[in-house]
Design a protein around this ligand. Sequence first.
Ligand SMILES: C[S@@+](CC[C@H](N)C(=O)[O-])C[C@H]1O[C@@H](n2cnc3c(N)ncnc32)[C@H](O)[C@@H]1O
Length: 526
Amino acid sequence: MTDQKYAYVGKSPVAGNGLFAEKDIPAGELILSISRPLVGALDVSRLADTCANCFIWTAGPSIITGTYVDEGVSVKKCSGCQQLRYCSKKCQRQSWKRYHKDECDLIDNMDGKQLPKVVRATIQILSTQAKGLINDNIWSPFLRLESHINEMRASGDQWADIQLMAQGAHNFSGARYAFDLQFATEVFARVLTNCMTLVTPTLDPLGICLDPIAACANHSCDPNAFVVMDGPGLSFRSLKPIKKDEEIFISYVDVTNPHARRQYELKHRWFFSCRCSKCRKGPTLQEDLFNFTPDELDQRWRETADHLLKVTKFADDPSNWVGAGPEARRISVLQGVAFDEYEEAQALSDPKAAADKLQHGMLLCHQTKLWPVYRQPYAAMRHDFLVNTVSTGNLPLAFAQGARTYFTIDPILYPETHHPVRVVHNWTLAMLTLYISSEQDNVIVKSMLEIGINTGIIAYGLLYEVASNVDKSHGNSSSFAKAVHRKMDEVIVDMTRGNSGALRGMMDKIKEEWPVFEQLGKWLEY
Ligand SMILES: C[S@@+](CC[C@H](N)C(=O)[O-])C[C@H]1O[C@@H](n2cnc3c(N)ncnc32)[C@H](O)[C@@H]1O
């Protein structure tokens, strides 16, 4: 990918520097592409299955999202440190030249202990700069980035941890004589404030990355742009039309979360109080509304909440804030339990255990009757439940949950049809449906067909929708868009084999099938 830029860095009325559009940019277009950010570091848990140079994740949930990775791609250990892995000799050579030469011995000497990703990213920056390998047109903007070091210093416990990790990065970087500890601490703080989550094209988190130009983009909870990644490359694309000289905003956090949770996360992790147009309206918007006011909670759940208030601290957590007074605290504690179930499930590697936990959380949202189906964490739990249910083999249940998300949740949370989350969800559901439709002898598939659910037509309709949006969400030259178009072509070849007219009237058939598909989601109790 060659670097392209339709954006410039300028003074932002919101905070410090920001990114601005160089020209009018319609929705779904490229704003900025960077072939390789200054630095990228994998999560410890991804070191075993992801190339440390081109960030190809070889172990994605294969029937659903892994299809943009060529078959047979695997990663091999570096024979020195035995920890980083590469998908080819070329990747290994590139990584060695850039920075791995400096960290290989160090990792080897750590006796199996693994350094946190922010420490590893700081080491990479310090050691490459000490060798003079970072161009001044990257290094100068890096040094101009906000570091929030004073706020970090004032943060008590967090500062002690930051100092310890910065010291580790300084000691291990091989740049001890080139830079002093204070400078290394500033670099560490700048990485912390400005790194983005490194993700696969299908938005699975892999680690962190930092690019000094991309890092100039400020946050909004109502962003006009989004970031997608493709191996080592990252692009900014427009979610909405952006006028020439308008500021470009991306989101640093999940903006479908309630106001208090977003504010807490931004304050805690990025040291700022969000002043975006949405946050200025306070907790009054769709993300915050429950089905009824706190005083309408039924007696059974009041009692449960009162018990939970005694035995947990969820209601004191500012991210669970719902309002002042005892009635609102009851809702806060229930919301705290729901988010806790969701977060705990994310940490579980066993899909059955994760699905059980998510089901428990979803049941709470359903039985209290408080949550609209699209309110978080209910909506996010449903998507993760689908993914884990696929892994446990209950494909019809996953399919029905996908139908619920497709019709009643995603159009509300992600109104733009090319929103990358919506496109990836639809792709997941399309691949799942395609897989189910290929199981011709499966009794459940047969019985679905008997009641009019034609998974073949649904899969085609979903895939068609993804193929119509993926060039806007990911760009037509991205590996993900290519995989989507390739799959669409394969399906067309399959469907028309021996029957060249099989696709005639397909749009009408999809229209007929859609109400049946929608009904499938409605049959679920929750
Ligand atoms: C990745 S940097 C963005 C570039 C930054 N404005 C600069 O000049 O370096 C993140 C920092 O920008 C500021 N920032 C970004 N979005 C903001 C917003 N919506 N409201 C207030 N401050 C914001 C915060 O200081 C945050 O820690």
